[in-house]
Design a protein around this ligand. Structure first.
Ligand code: AMP
Length: 292
């Protein structure tokens, strides 16, 4: 495991000298089966896999969960090792931001103002800035992100394209718990009652998908169905639900192939996001959770 820049360099130099290609999987730790599928994909795309574990203060606003974000580095290192990760890079904040937060930041542009943007001011700027720094530190050939954070993955793709960063970006499928809830480190915050209700988020997306498969394509009707099912779960509070093109994130009036419903929902004090491709040929994979 590497905590410092020197330790990271010491781990990467022999790999590079041997001609190995490197895949990077950035994470905030508290690893679950969703993360592990990213490691698997990364291992299929490069000779060596580097996972970063860093809870990035720059992407949290005041009042968010930075101070209580779950952490279990020992378990994470074990899990990552068991899935072929050769180097875990787990820096302290002072290693990532030796000059503080006042340096150059990456601006997401207009796409950063869509979906989660208005509800998490500065979030995507923080994400893009730390990912750009990780790309600089690790210099990966390929980086793997998850479809659960669809807007984040698209913004990172756009950053690499617009700033000519020369990293191949791959997006892995969204992985769900057996009852359909999108796997997330934040699911650990949920009380048993909240956890039961949280499955209603996916049920709401599936209900809209069911309507779509019956021939309904009107955005208003599909999103009404989402709201209706969420409303059956008293602990769920909708933040937004939108029908979007999954590449441009443009809002759509009518659903077609690949159209995606993206939602953010508060479940008690926990904010959860999810998205579903309407009419997809294969459902999102469901996995037995790992506890580390
Ligand atoms: P995080 O540790 O939550 O910042 O996530 C690190 C990476 O794992 C991001 O690219 C996420 O999109 C991805 N990820 C998190 N949860 C899932 C999931 N349920 N399915 C697929 N990818 C995920």
């Amino acid at each position: 495991m590497a905590h410092t820049r020197d330790e990271l360099r010491a781990a990467l130099t022999p790999l590079r000298a041997g001609g190995a290609t490197i895949a990077l999987v950035p994470t905030m730790g508290a690893l679950h089966s969703g993360h592990l599928t990213l490691f698997d994909m990364a291992g299929s795309l490069a000779d060596s896999v580097v996972a970063s574990i860093f809870v990035n203060p720059l992407q949290f606003s005041a009042g968010e969960d930075l101070d209580r974000y779950p952490a279990d580095l020992d378990a994470d290192v074990r899990l990552a090792g068991s899935r072929g990760v050769s180097t875990v890079f787990a820096p302290e904040v002072a290693v990532m931001y030796p000059e503080g937060y006042s340096g150059v930041h990456v601006q997401p542009g207009p796409l950063g103002d869509r979906l989660c943007g208005p509800f998490r001011p500065g979030h995507f700027e923080g994400v893009l800035t730390v990912v750009a720094k990780l790309f600089g530190l690790v210099r990966p050939d390929v980086a793997v992100f998850g479809r659960k954070d669809l807007q984040q993955a698209i913004l990172i793709r756009n950053m690499v394209r617009d700033l000519e960063l020369g990293v191949r970006v791959e997006v892995a499928p969204l992985v769900r718990e057996p009852d359909g809830l999108a796997m997330s480190s934040r699911n650990k915050y949920l009380s048993p009652g909240e956890r039961r209700d949280a499955a209603g988020i996916h049920a709401a997306l599936e209900a809209a998908d069911h309507l779509f498969r019956q021939g309904v394509s009107d955005a208003g009707a599909l999103l009404d169905r989402v709201r209706e099912v969420l409303g059956q779960h008293p602990r769920l509070q909708l933040e937004y639900a939108e029908l979007v093109d999954p590449e441009s994130l443009d809002a759509l009036a009518s659903a077609g192939a690949e159209s995606t419903i993206a939602v953010a929902v508060h479940c008690g004090s926990t904010r959860l996001i999810d998205n579903l491709v309407l009419g997809a040929a294969s459902p999102d994979p469901r996995m037995v959770p790992v506890d580390g």
